[in-house]
Design a protein around this ligand. Structure first.
Ligand code: AKB
Length: 316
């Protein structure tokens, strides 16, 4: 099958880089970017871009029919921190969009779906170290609840209707091209911007808050790898644990200080601390490594090097 791809939520942190990567692989004409607004000018100007409202079934369907789409990456979502401010909106956006896409697949319009889950599916009662694939999951954020419920629906649509849906539990994603928005792990991107601009950063999480993180290039690779994997190799139909590195705000600051010795960090935890405290510190992703050969490439110091080099070049 030649993929004819629609990315929903293409203007966001992961969506924008995923769009560019998929265009370089499949050709710009085969990868349609879409979002609710035209605010990512670079993306709008670099290929086909459609305004699609992920919460409106007809809006998604019209776009699918117009371009004969057979593969969807559903990247639109409200993340953990914003979701706590707007619980009902987070529920509606995250669930409506998933149902529309799963139903379009069930109805035969779409052959393959990617839907991201998150470490937010885990909660305070989950084992925190090396969190297993299958374990206690009692998420305490609305975002986490939508992701956990979404995983159940993905598996259900696969079992009942044969829908080919693939999913990863993303950790915090670190990137220099597009800012994240509304997440608890966003500090790990902001810190690099502030290190360059001001040589200091006030962190909204405490010094020893350890969370699983990943460089964008690794996240994009994992996403494309699971979508390219043979159907039979993708054995988990809910969502795969996915992991690269784990670190604390103190450790990321120390990594930055290797390049900018005068950089300082202070701590002023806010409501996001409670969210972070409910999530795992590290993740066991051996199923992804065994089933479809997942491997990460970037360590914390590699990430720091990439972030500072690219952000400095961008600022000049
Ligand atoms: C968030 O912090 O909400 C996200 C996530 C871990 O899914 N980055």
């Amino acid at each position: 099958m030649t993929p004819k791809i629609l990315i929903i939520g293409a203007s966001g942190q992961i969506g924008s880089e995923l769009t560019q990567k998929l265009r370089s692989i499949h050709g710009a004409e085969n990868v349609i970017a879409s979002d609710i607004s035209y605010n990512n000018v670079e993306l709008v100007n670099s290929g086909i871009f459609e305004r699609v409202d992920a919460q409106d079934y007809t809006s998604v369907k019209i776009c699918i029919e117009k371009y004969q789409i057979n593969t969807i990456y559903l990247m639109a979502a409200m993340l953990s921190a914003t979701g706590e401010k707007f619980p009902r909106k987070a529920w509606d956006l995250n669930m409506d969009s998933l149902f529309h896409v799963l139903n379009l697949a069930k109805e035969g319009f779409i052959k393959k779906v990617f839907w991201p889950s998150s470490i937010a599916v885990f909660g305070p009662t989950t084992p925190k170290e090396n969190t297993p694939q299958y374990t206690i999951m009692e998420p305490s954020t609305v975002y986490g609840i939508t992701k956990q419920v979404g995983e159940r629906w993905c598996e259900y649509y696969h079992k009942q209707y044969g829908v080919d849906v693939r999913s990863l539990r993303y950790p915090g994603i670190i990137s220099w091209k597009t800012m994240p928005g509304g997440g608890t792990t966003d500090y790990a991107v902001e810190i690099y911007h502030k290190a360059i601009a001001e040589k200091k950063y006030e962190c909204f999480l405490s010094e020893e808050t350890e969370l699983p993180m990943m460089f964008m290039d690794d996240a994009i690779k994992a996403t494309i790898d699971i979508m390219d994997a043979k159907k039979d190799d993708v054995k988990i139909k809910s969502s795969y644990n996915l992991s690269a590195v784990s670190f604390t705000p103190r450790e990321i600051a120390e990594s930055i200080q290797k390049h900018i010795p005068e950089f300082t960090i202070s701590y002023n935890p806010d409501f996001r601390q409670k969210i972070a405290d409910s999530w795992p510190k590290s993740i066991d992703d051996s199923r992804a490594r065994d089933d479809w050969n997942w491997k990460h490439a970037f360590s914390l110091d590699d990430i720091t090097n990439e972030m500072l080099t690219n952000l400095k070049a961008k600022a000049e």
